[in-house]
Design a binder for this molecule. Sequence first.
Ligand code: GLY
Length: 389
Amino acid sequence: MTKYSNILFTFVLILFNSNCQAQNNVYNATANKELNNRFVMLLETPIDSVGFPRSMSVKTGVIKKVPSKDWTSGFYVGNLWQLYTLTNDSKYKESAEKWIPFLEIEKFNGGTHDMGFKIYCSFGKGYEINHSEEYKKVIIKSANTLCTRFNKKIGSIKSWDNRDKWDFPVIIDNMMNLELLFETSKLTGDDSYRKIAIQHANTTLKNHFRKDNSCYHVVGYDTITGKVKSKNTHQGYSDDSSWARGQSWAVYGFTMSYRYTKDKAYLKQAEATAQFFINHKNMPEDGIPYWDFNAPTIPNTTRDASAAAIMASALLELYGFTKKLDYLNYSNKVIRSLSSDKYVLNESVSGPFILDRTTGDWSKKAELDEPIIYADYYFLESIIRKQSL
Ligand code: GLY
């Protein structure tokens, strides 16, 4: 071989190898029989204007359904949209279109910060697919309603009303609502939504994180001075512990905020908290964390499949920005683990859920080690994100 044909041969070999690798990395959800059986079960729930599937007890078979005002109401419709994206089967789209009108009323609900979860995960996902003017109007109205909860003095959107313990609580989960605001600025050309989102993210960045880059769940503010009054937990083990899902909301929220702003401080925090999470000494081998990294009974306590799914989806986006393999490897591991018998809900259980083993609220002993709808939502999103890498 001449020097040039040698170089050409090496180049073709590299191309061939990287192509094989890319193909091996494409996760084919629709080839997994167990998962497919579960997907189809989402179509079997009769339309209910006041009952959106939220979770279920595997032992009793009882499905917990919630009204549209519940923070989880948008995920079921979001799952139908995502299954349509994944499978191209129009039955999922038709079902999403039938359920979605019963969520629309939430665009007027200014009594909670959960607008992003309820409206962006449903109407937002739908809008990405159909670009419907009607959906767009719902998204804009919802963003207007969410902005009524913004306090200029504090620089944050208030999470909950009427809590004895806090005047103005802000929970880390609230970062997830910012996507609705960033997108509304894009849809309308009006920067005011984006400005509120940025102020909220900056205030959270300043006050929610600890030196080790884990985050508090709830920060309470003083409405007169605008200053921090308390740092607590609500669903975690203790005020100073690291509630697993909270860490995932933080990484997802700051990665998404970086997508819209390119603010390096957001990227830095997302990476630091991601490193805290994926390298934690209490992280099990399969990548699915316990519900709190400081739960005293580890390993004899429940996992939180949702925390892993949210983080997997976030880290696929973070990998896109940084090209750091740690993030891709963690997401791949989680998608593999969650697609296995250990986490996919057994086919003998009928209900509109895909995954088992999420911990909802340990402090209230509610929804422990159960199928919960938001784990499915972020799991499906991870698969879609992985396929489009
Ligand atoms: N937003 C409430 C939770 O993550 O459980």
